[in-house]
Design a protein around this ligand. Structure first.
Ligand SMILES: *Cc1c(COP(=O)(O)O)cnc(C)c1O
Length: 479
């Protein structure tokens, strides 16, 4: 593809991008394709000869699109949002065009320095204390993995990375029963072992119980397990519960543990000063992760990890083969020493583009809008006699279930709600996901598309009620 063809095809791709976004709400939000259907349309071997780019675009439309679930669809309420705002997408195109590897300062000074700067912007925007230093990782899973590795090294005075995990006592990691599965994965990967991950029970608001945490730490100490780190969650995946950092922090200080904060989704809401109650006590933490690729307008991937003890972070990951020595070590920042991967994408550019295109004011307005819409949805559900809200709603997530009058058998309610969710999702009109709270099946609705409006939320209430054939007063949903 020469430059002229590149230009012609690029215009075609941009046209495709605009058409896609312009027609997204006419598409079934969740793909209903049967397993294997897409693969059966793809040749079993790579082509020997050249093909036109227009043929590729045609096949995207013909073969790929039926197997796409539209994450930017206004009726996508599943999981958590994964924004791909226009400025972010444009910056991503520029990043891809340059094709940089941002492992060392030398390999693109601008990439390193822009990343340092936008991480400072983000730190200030979220009210994270100034003694934290930010680095962009691919995902919250990786950020948590990195944080726990540093915690492991610090707990063993950096002996584990030399001698292996069997060189010392078993290490204990603590999180709530509602913590994300990435914590389970991290303890497996770093050699702590899932048997040494203590899932602490939660209180009635689904937050980790500090009394039980402290008891678990003390019990481990008595039994020769060395407590290493606590992972507190700000905004759990199930129901957006908030662990108390002040309580966790005090316990971690008392026992010499690393405190990692997983705010992958809810961290974005810290742009609003009125939401900073969630991170009261953050100054006691050692590391903090939030995903810009969830609720912060940046397209995947862009996870921001903030660490207080940068020296330990670098000591955990630094390694100097001759071919990576530049002679500038110590004078400039080499982000390859801030994580597992060597090659790194130039992700700071899209975060920069988002900050500048929306401004903090625009970002705050979006987040506040979503929180308000979620509250409205929650209030409407609460008013319906056949539904109940299952967890406090203080962010953009509402967890609820269908509970028709006269049905009190919990198993039957689980079955009804599972069926309801399947029917809703196969309608193509809306996409929601579920969780279990206190063992009971519950439906999650997360408001948070960049273009979400009150109409979309009312439509959601209406679709849900219609699906139930609910006898509830329709006036509520129509407002
Ligand atoms: C989404 C989420 C994660 C995982 O995020 P990835 O970036 O996909 O790894 C971890 N923790 C919480 C609380 C989340 O909501």
């Amino acid at each position: 593809m020469d430059l002229l063809e590149f230009e012609k095809n690029a215009h075609q791709v941009v046209r495709w991008m605009i058409d896609y976004r312009a027609t997204i709400d006419e598409r079934p939000v969740k793909s209903l394709v049967a397993p294997g259907k897409i693969m059966s349309q793809l040749p079993s071997a790579a082509p020997e000869n050249t093909e036109d780019f227009s043929a590729i675009i045609d096949d995207v439309n013909r073969i790929i699109m039926p197997g796409v679930t539209h994450w930017q669809h206004p009726m996508f309420y599943a999981y958590f949002p994964a924004h791909a705002s226009p400025p972010s997408v444009l910056a991503e195109m520029m990043t891809a065009t340059m094709g940089l590897q941002c492992m060392l300062w030398e390999t693109s000074p601008a990439a390193t320095e822009l990343e340092q700067r936008v991480m400072e912007w983000l730190r200030e925007a979220l009210g994270i204390p100034r003694d934290f230093t930010g680095v962009i990782q691919d995902t919250a899973s990786m950020s948590t993995l990195c944080a726990l590795l540093v915690a492991r090294e610090r707990a063993s005075d950096f002996r584990t990375s030399r001698e292996g995990v069997h060189s010392g006592p078993a290490l204990g990691v603590y999180c709530s029963a509602e913590a994300h599965s990435s914590v389970d994965k991290a303890v497996r990967v770093i050699g702590v072992g899932s048997n040494q991950l203590r899932k602490i029970d939660v209180d009635k608001h689904f937050a980790m119980r500090p009394d039980l945490l402290e008891r678990a730490i003390e019990k481990d100490k008595e039994q020769g397990v060395r407590p290493m780190a606590v992972v507190a969650t700000i905004g759990t995946t199930g129901c957006a519960a908030v662990d108390s950092l002040a309580e966790m922090g005090r316990i971690c200080r008392r026992h010499g543990l690393w405190l990692h904060v997983d705010a992958a989704y809810a961290g974005a809401a810290l742009v609003l000063p009125e939401m900073r109650w969630m991170t009261e006590g953050l100054e006691l933490a050692d590391s903090f992760v939030m995903n810009c690729h969830k609720w912060f307008m940046v397209n995947f991937d862009c996870s921001a990890l903030f660490v207080k003890d940068v020296k330990s972070l670098e000591k955990t990951f630094e390694i100097y083969p001759e071919y990576l020595v530049t002679g500038r070590e110590g004078q400039v920042r080499d982000f390859r020493n801030f994580g597992v991967q060597l090659g790194r994408r130039f992700r700071a550019l899209k975060l920069w583009a988002v900050f500048r295109s929306y401004g903090l004011r625009g970002i705050r307005a979006m987040i506040k809008g979503h929180i308000d819409l979620a509250r409205e949805f929650c209030e409407q559900i609460e008013e319906l006699p056949d539904f109940e809200v299952m967890a406090p709603c203080h962010l953009s997530l509402v967890v609820f279930r269908y509970r028709p009058k006269g049905i009190n058998d919990e198993k039957e309610l689980d079955r009804l709600n599972k069926e309801l969710l399947e029917d809703l999702n196969s309608s193509g009109k809306i996409y929601l996901t579920h969780t279990k709270l206190n063992g009971r099946y519950a439906i999650r609705l997360c408001v948070g598309q960049i273009g979400s409006t009150r109409d979309h939320v009312r439509q959601a209430v209406k679709i849900i009620m219609q699906q139930c054939g609910s006898a509830a007063p329709l006036a509520t949903a129509q407002g």
